[in-house]
Each structure stands twice: as structure tokens, then as C-alpha cells.
Design a protein around this ligand. Structure first.
Ligand code: HEM
Length: 492
């Protein structure tokens, strides 16, 4: 023990990097902040404190560095290098073979290439009529079951159902009509919560994710209740995959170009990549990542727009001029050109952050990082990261960073050093592992938000900033107090 402590503090290749000595000494420091301190999920905030105290590069645990320098982001998250992700993060979401979780660069490329064509802009453009039809269904449900009955709607549940209907339609060609539920309570609300609840324990104790999957259900129910909704979710993915496999086997009733799962099954992936376990991980990755982040962005946008009269009026004016008849929606290409709508969405993406937990990369060669007074040589094999949370709340780039100001995105905004502000918008990540679903997400958000805001007015219902909006923990995605029941609104 003593030898290990001395090694970590004085002899390790990271010993000369700044940071708290306790963090350099033991991984339990991080575990304490992620699991035991306050609501848990506090380490991202703690890292911000470390930077305030020790500068732009800090050693955050015995093995890892974090860099809070907007100009260095593109060096870590790059298309030019073949970086890996740390192996211990593979079990974080219980789907070790999903592309999000694949550590090795080469295997990641192989898996990602089989899905990429489905998320190209051209392919997403073809999907627009179906997304619009689902957004129209959301509005009809709001009109009939909430506006007419003068009943509050839970915005996060509604957007989860909207996005879940789009995602399952595109992934499996299935219409589950989650929007049809009386209160928009789709099973994904519980499953997403379950994924978030297990993520910190599975990150801190990587064997836990594997171990939980080996245990009988009754034991899991007793030990880790959140894992149950994750297992339910994984079981339903398996059934959908079996159906898609049958379609492909029978050569009937499917079009390989229409859904992502049929596309994966008919791609050039080698046979060993098409086992039911691996396919389940791909499906879980797509559905999990594909629902949680667009939902959070839409809820964030909606909350801020309806809580600020001036912003709501400006958006309403732009939408009314562009869409005189609310029942005749604009084509996606024209929605993309509406400046104020675009600025509201950009600002919602910035504030929603979506992926709050850091996502480290590992290089197989040393990397140089220069501060104002010295150059550090980061040893090869060291996990390094720059978290989106810190970038999006950098007060130099985004003054009053916690306020929703769409105007900061209007008219080709620049930083004080003359660079485009958009360079520092990193909601979708960058580099070889950036968000594969970005085009789909943007289409879902543009169509959903414009249709909704053109058709209705909203007033917040029993919603407080402190309880329901202020981010108090990093649950992989930013999360609010555990006693929040979500942002609710009356429909006018
Ligand atoms: C507002 C919406 C979204 C945001 C902000 C977002 C954000 C991100 C970010 C930051 C990453 C990089 C993760 C990392 O570096 O470790 C990522 C990866 C990923 N996203 Fe998204 N995402 C969104 C929507 C979607 C959608 C709609 C889908 C699919 C239906 C999707 C599927 C994925 C997948 C599969 C990955 C892993 C990519 C890889 O490792 O190659 N995301 N997303």
C-alpha cells in the first residue's frame, strides 16, 4: 500500500501534473464524489473547482488528466487520430458492444461504418414526412387530452414519447404509439432513469455491470432496482431484433434501407458481429442515446421559451410569418433557415449539455500541451478529456452562461479573439466518435419545436427553477433534484 502510494505521488509519469494530492493517491476520491457526496454525480463540478485552483490541466485521479482549455478540445476530439476510449467504461451503460461503448478504435470504426449511412443528411431528409406525422400526432394529443381538458402536461414525458416513436420507427419499422399513452408515460422514461442510475456504480466498479447481467432477476430486483428497467428494456430489444432477423431470413416484408436494424443485419459486418448479444447492444445504444438527448434538448428549449415573454413573442412572430397556416408545416430545408428558431435550438443544445460526464480518449503516443508558463508532455496511454459542461459554461465564451440567450447565436457570432462562436458548441462532440445521430436529432428537434410552438401557447404549472431545472448532479446527462416530477405546463 505504502509503495503504491509513494509510486502514485512521486514516481508515476503523471506525478508532476497539478491537482489535489488525494485525487492522485486514490480512485476512491472520485468514487466519493460520484456516489456518496450530496446527490452523487458531483465529480464534474469538483473538476471545475480543481481547474479554478490548479489551472487548465489537472490530474483528476491516479491515471487520468482533464484539460479545460477550449483551444485544446479539437486536439482530443479529432478526426485525424485513432484514439481509443478507456476499457473500464465499456460496461457503463450495460451494452459493452455498442459503438458508444467500444474502446478500440479499429473495432469502433468497423461497427460505426455499418450504421453511418442511416444517419447521413440525405437519408434523414427522406424521413421528414414520418417525423412530421409523429409531431402532428403529438399536437393532436395535446389538443384533445390536455388543452381541451385543461390538464397540465409533463413536457419531459411528452418529448420522450415523441422521440421514442420516431426512434423505434426508424430503428425497427415499428409503431408503438407511445404518444397514445394517457399521460405520455412510455416505458423509456423508467428505462432512461434506470440507465442513469446504474451508470456511476458501473463506472466506479466496472465488474458490476457484467455481474448484474449474470444474476437472476429476483436478486437484481433486491440489490439494484434501477437495473430491472434496464433488463426489461434489453429484453424488449431482443424481441425486436428477432423479428428483424426473421424478416431478413424470410426475405419478406422489409426494405434494408428503411430501418437501421435491417440495415445492420444486411451490412458487411463479419458474422461474429451479428450475434444476438452484440445486436442487442447496438439497439440499446441507438435507442438509449437516440431518445435521452433530443428529449432533454426539447424540454430545455420549451421551458426557457415559455418562461421568457420576449423570447416566446420573437419566436412566435418568426413562426407565424413563415407558417401562416399552422396546419401547413414548412419543409425541413426552410425550417433550417429560420434564424431565431435556429438560435433557440443552438442555445437549448448549449444549456442542455446532454452528455455531462467526461468522455476520455487515449492516444498511443505522447501529446504536448502548452500553458502560458510551460509545456507538458502527456504520456502515451493516458486517458485525457475535456467535458462539454465546462466548455458550455465557459464565462469568457458564453457570458452569463446559465441564462438562455438565443441572441448570442444570431448574425455569425464571434468570440473576443474573432473566432466563430460555433467552434465552441460541442453538444454533439467532435472527431471520430462524435454523435452519429446528429442529423436525425436536429430534424426531430426542429420539426417538433416549430410544430408545437406554432400551434400552442404554454404556461408553466407548478414548476420551479430550483427544483425542476437547476442542474445539481451529473447523472451522465445533467440532472435535477431527485424530488422533481418534471417540468409541467398548461396548454393554451
Ligand atoms: C440532442 C441530441 C443529441 C446529442 C446532444 C448527442 C450527443 C452525443 C455526444 C456528445 C456523443 C459523443 C459521445 C462520446 O464522445 O463519448 C454522442 C454519441 C452517439 N450518439 Fe448522440 N446525441 C444526440 C442524439 C442522438 C441520436 C438521435 C442518436 C441516434 C438515434 C444518437 C446516437 C449516438 C450514438 C450511437 C453515439 C456513439 C457514437 C460513436 O461512439 O461513434 N445520438 N452523442
Amino acid at each position: 500500500m505504502v509503495a503504491l502510494a509513494l509510486y502514485r505521488l512521486f514516481l508515476s509519469p503523471l506525478a508532476h501534473f497539478p491537482g489535489p494530492k488525494l485525487a492522485a493517491l486514490t480512485g476512491w476520491y472520485e468514487t466519493y464524489y460520484e456516489i456518496l457526496n450530496g446527490y452523487g454525480g458531483q465529480f464534474t463540478f469538483r473538476i471545475a473547482d480543481m481547474h479554478r485552483q490548479h489551472g487548465p490541466i489537472v490530474r483528476i485521479n491516479p491515471w487520468e488528466l482533464h484539460i479545460d482549455d477550449p483551444e485544446f478540445y479539437d486536439t482530443i476530439y479529432t478526426l485525424r487520430e485513432a484514439f481509443d476510449k478507456p476499457v473500464h467504461l465499456k460496461w457503463r451503460f450495460g451494452s459493452p458492444s455498442g459503438i458508444f461503448s467500444t474502446p478500440e478504435h479499429r473495432l469502433h470504426r468497423l461497427r460505426r461504418i455499418s450504421q453511418e449511412p442511416f444517419f447521413a443528411k440525405r437519408r434523414i431528409n427522406q424521413l421528414v414526412p414520418e417525423i412530421q406525422a409523429i409531431a402532428d400526432r403529438m399536437c393532436r394529443r395535446l389538443q384533445e387530452s390536455f388543452k381541451r381538458e385543461d390538464k397540465p402536461v409533463n413536457l419531459s414525458n411528452m418529448f420522450t414519447s415523441y422521440i421514442a416513436d420516431v426512434t423505434t420507427m426508424y430503428s425497427f419499422n415499428r409503431n408503438f404509439d407511445y404518444l397514445g399513452d394517457k399521460n405520455f408515460e412510455s416505458p423509456f422514461v423508467q428505462a432512461i432513469k434506470g440507465f442513469k442510475d446504474i451508470a456511476h456504480p458501473c463506472t466506479q466498479f466496472p465488474w458490476l455491470g457484467w455481474f448484474m447481467q449474470q444474476l437472476p432477476e429476483a436478486v437484481v430486483r433486491y440489490l439494484q432496482p434501477p437495473m430491472l428497467s434496464v433488463q426489461d428494456f434489453q429484453r424488449s430489444m431482443r424481441l425486436l431484433i428477432r423479428d428483424a432477423q426473421n424478416d431478413v431470413r424470410n426475405g419478406s416484408n422489409f426494405d434494408a434501407n428503411r430501418t437501421v436494424m435491417h440495415g445492420i443485419l444486411t451490412s458487411n459486418l463479419p458474422e461474429e458481429e451479428l450475434s444476438i448479444d452484440k445486436l442487442q447492444d447496438h439497439a440499446a445504444g441507438l435507442i438509449g442515446a437516440g431518445i435521452a438527448s433530443p428529449q432533454l434538448t426539447l424540454t430545455t428549449a420549451c421551458y426557457h421559451i415559455i418562461s421568457d415573454h420576449a423570447i416566446r413573442a420573437a419566436l412566435r412572430k418568426e413562426l407565424e410569418e413563415a407558417m401562416p397556416d399552422p396546419d401547413s408545416p414548412l419543409p425541413l430545408a426552410q425550417l433550417e433557415k429560420l434564424p431565431y428558431l435556429g438560435a433557440c435550438i443552438e442555445e437549448a443544445l448549449r444549456l442542455a449539455v446532454c452528455q455531462m460526464a467526461r468522455s476520455p480518449r487515449i492516444a498511443d503516443h505522447p501529446i504536448l500541451y502548452t500553458t502560458s508558463d510551460r509545456t507538458y508532455k502527456i504520456p502515451s496511454g493516458t486517458p485525457i478529456s475535456s467535458a462539454t459542461w465546462h466548455m458550455h459554461h465557459n464565462e469568457t465564451l458564453f457570458p452569463s452562461s446559465f441564462t438562455f440567450q438565443p441572441s448570442r447565436w444570431l448574425s455569425d457570432p464571434r468570440t473576443t479573439s474573432g473566432r466563430s462562436l460555433r467552434k465552441y458548441m460541442v453538444a454533439f462532440g467532435k472527431g471520430t466518435r462524435n454523435c452519429i445521430g446528429m442529423n436525425l436529432a436536429k430534424a426531430e428537434i426542429l420539426i417538433g419545436l416549430s410544430t408545437l410552438m406554432r400551434s400552442f401557447d404554454f404556461h408553466l404549472f407548478q414548476t420551479s427553477y430550483e427544483k425542476d431545472v437547476r442542474v445539481v448532479r451529473d447523472n451522465m446527462a445533467p440532472d435535477v433534484r431527485p424530488d422533481s416530477v418534471g417540468i409541467r405546463a398548461m396548454v393554451k
